[in-house]
Design a protein. Sequence first.
Lengths: 253, 253, 253, 253
Amino acid sequence: MIKEGNTVHLKGKKNSFFIKVEKDKIFSTHKGNIDLNQLIGKKFGDIIQTHTGEKFFVLKPTLFEIIMYGIKRQTQIIYPKDSAFITLKLGITDGMKVLESGVGSAALTIVMANAVKPTGKIYAFEREEKYIKQAYENLKLANLDKFVEIKHQSLEEKLPEDFFDTGFIDVREPWLYIENIKNSLKNGAAIGFLVPTTNQVSMTLTALKEHNFLDLEVVELLERHYKPVPDRLRPEDRMVAHTGYLIFAKKGF
Amino acid sequence: MIKEGNTVHLKGKKNSFFIKVEKDKIFSTHKGNIDLNQLIGKKFGDIIQTHTGEKFFVLKPTLFEIIMYGIKRQTQIIYPKDSAFITLKLGITDGMKVLESGVGSAALTIVMANAVKPTGKIYAFEREEKYIKQAYENLKLANLDKFVEIKHQSLEEKLPEDFFDTGFIDVREPWLYIENIKNSLKNGAAIGFLVPTTNQVSMTLTALKEHNFLDLEVVELLERHYKPVPDRLRPEDRMVAHTGYLIFAKKGF
Amino acid sequence: MIKEGNTVHLKGKKNSFFIKVEKDKIFSTHKGNIDLNQLIGKKFGDIIQTHTGEKFFVLKPTLFEIIMYGIKRQTQIIYPKDSAFITLKLGITDGMKVLESGVGSAALTIVMANAVKPTGKIYAFEREEKYIKQAYENLKLANLDKFVEIKHQSLEEKLPEDFFDTGFIDVREPWLYIENIKNSLKNGAAIGFLVPTTNQVSMTLTALKEHNFLDLEVVELLERHYKPVPDRLRPEDRMVAHTGYLIFAKKGF
Amino acid sequence: MIKEGNTVHLKGKKNSFFIKVEKDKIFSTHKGNIDLNQLIGKKFGDIIQTHTGEKFFVLKPTLFEIIMYGIKRQTQIIYPKDSAFITLKLGITDGMKVLESGVGSAALTIVMANAVKPTGKIYAFEREEKYIKQAYENLKLANLDKFVEIKHQSLEEKLPEDFFDTGFIDVREPWLYIENIKNSLKNGAAIGFLVPTTNQVSMTLTALKEHNFLDLEVVELLERHYKPVPDRLRPEDRMVAHTGYLIFAKKGF
């Protein structure tokens, strides 16, 4: 049963919308208006209509869809191929306290928050105040805002000590904050970074080595799509060639 | 505090072991024996010694490490790059009922079970009885066995109807069972497949189209590692070139 | 010294043109007209001007540039990453008689013709008459037309027997013509194919095996570009993900 | 007709040998000895036997085969995927004077020498004397030694000025010699580099920009092989993940 506060995927013939169900609210499409009250009490799989009679299926969106099609992007996001791998590689699971900085559009935050719930929390530090409001909106769309605390704080400011089970850093110059990050992690904790350039990889590795981090790894993931045509199966003509380099390490003892 | 039944990562100077803590048991290494009783009550981050005085750090293993270094492999496993992506793409989260077949070494099962806990369940169907015992052992190592039910059953046998929220199929000829799989899924549910050859991709796509599945996608993920040397950064000389093609679709209405 | 008939690369501040030098002809650019007579007698590296005073360097174009920027494309072309590899893999060198079909825009023909000159020849069979005229124009731009003979002929028609040292086939259904192709090759001769889909790869391999071809290989080449910025080195955001699968084999005895 | 001095490919049931035909010489295989005199006068495609009756086909080796299986490797070689692309990208063709340094095992030299013959020449500068003898041997195996002149000289020593039509540099620190290289090139000439690390790419790009080189490009080529099985078509399990980054530029005016 769909309740107020749920996020639904309205799938029409040509368009998909991802919206949060709110009482006494109208959602406008170019195919007519939808009174959101009619969604309450419906089941996923049901059909609703706009005031002009256009039909939409009411589907339960996956986190993947919320990230790719639902959230508003105010920055370059971390894509599912990377966020899924990061979350598994860092061993993020329920009950963990996770450091994140910056938060950007919260695309990674959503995946990590889903992994730490119900008893863990993402502590996200974002130095650009302008991103924080939309990040919360995006987390609400995924119903995961209560597992995330976003602070308007730069990594230059002191983090809580010996506090985080793991963390992920997506800032321009992570090497400047390695001491602070290290102190905030528990012994043996895994930490990850995403940087787009090879120069940043080198700088980050250097800082990690200087601070005795262990098990350094650098990896990139490439996602190649095929045209789903059984008798003419072939890769798509073009692909995303680069999102970022992932760096992983563990706090030494 | 480490308790009986926990899985720990013993990290020595050169070797890592992933073991389940049991009372009154001795674990033998070529650097001496470890009385597992001494692990009980220790904290993650502590140090223990073998009877010859060799030191090991006691770390909490991540699921990633359990999959890559802990479980016994009796089949080709589904690697983290794929299992993480599959789980996010299918939207697997707490409370879901997930179809899986076959179970193999349970490497994917572990990742999906971690995602559905505490209230969901993986229903794994495995037609080779010989794999099931070890699959359970592997799940126990990850402390996730209670979220998985493995049945010794082929996909030829009727699955429960309109029952699963999503599913993942890793069998040789998935196209033979599409009708059965479709009936077992709820409307709009996402389903995924892994097959190693292009011929299998074509066969599976054909069957999915014939059964009115929607949103067909075929994707492969490539994982490229770099030598983590800051001033001589370069990709590793060799890489895994292929694990499998991933196919995704949604049950139509 | 530049002579009539040479192809030159006119490199301006923003635009590059690849043109064939002809007497008493005017070449129009949006920066003014160029009297081609002024090119005759110039050296590569010199500067010329349009009637409005816009300057262009006169450079000798490489085959690579002629293929990528000079020729008119009437079909999907075979790109340099592939044509260079094909030519080396097939061992194409001066004096060889090379089978090609189809000829398309002659992008591969240009590379192979350059390799067989001065005493070899490309025998190109093209069943679509409409492509042949432009293919010759493109070959003339590269000054290689005298090493190529294009016949308006389908691979269904009998090829000369025991005649070709090697060959390359880029048609939709190469498996239909394997017998004819085989008979036209000398013993032990290498043959190559480009096909865009995996289904075509399978069909071609089957036909090659049935006709006792040896040393079957299937390969694809991926070309990844980086932004040439020393302190922010990173791959381009997007890349060509697929041009075609290359198949190589040798005529058995 | 096979003559003294030719290089032949002896293809047996399981083994292939690439040897230079010499008079009154015995070639030993573990399947018996081959009197090389019997090769003289044979045609490519003929069969010869060892003294124990083991049969070998006598094939004409392609340059590709000579590079991959014939030459002795004393260094990491430049592979055909790269050497073919380099040669086409640089526009190397008959009559050109080409700078090369170092020469290593001459794998690239062979491809470039084949492209400049009969009237051009590769001027290879190698500072390690120990490589030069074998490099010449390798070139002789390919019958291309007369189009190459190898000098025992480092790039620190002055190169001929305004002399080369193009060049390719494969040394550890190319940025140290950019001034010398630039002066040796004709105006507008293309130049290429291979370096294995991203740090070297950055250093080389910086030097090229400082010396006003134009049209900077950085590219890498990946070669992925498939198992040539028609009904179970799939990529090989593993692949070469990295040979080197290719850098291309043009001498400015």
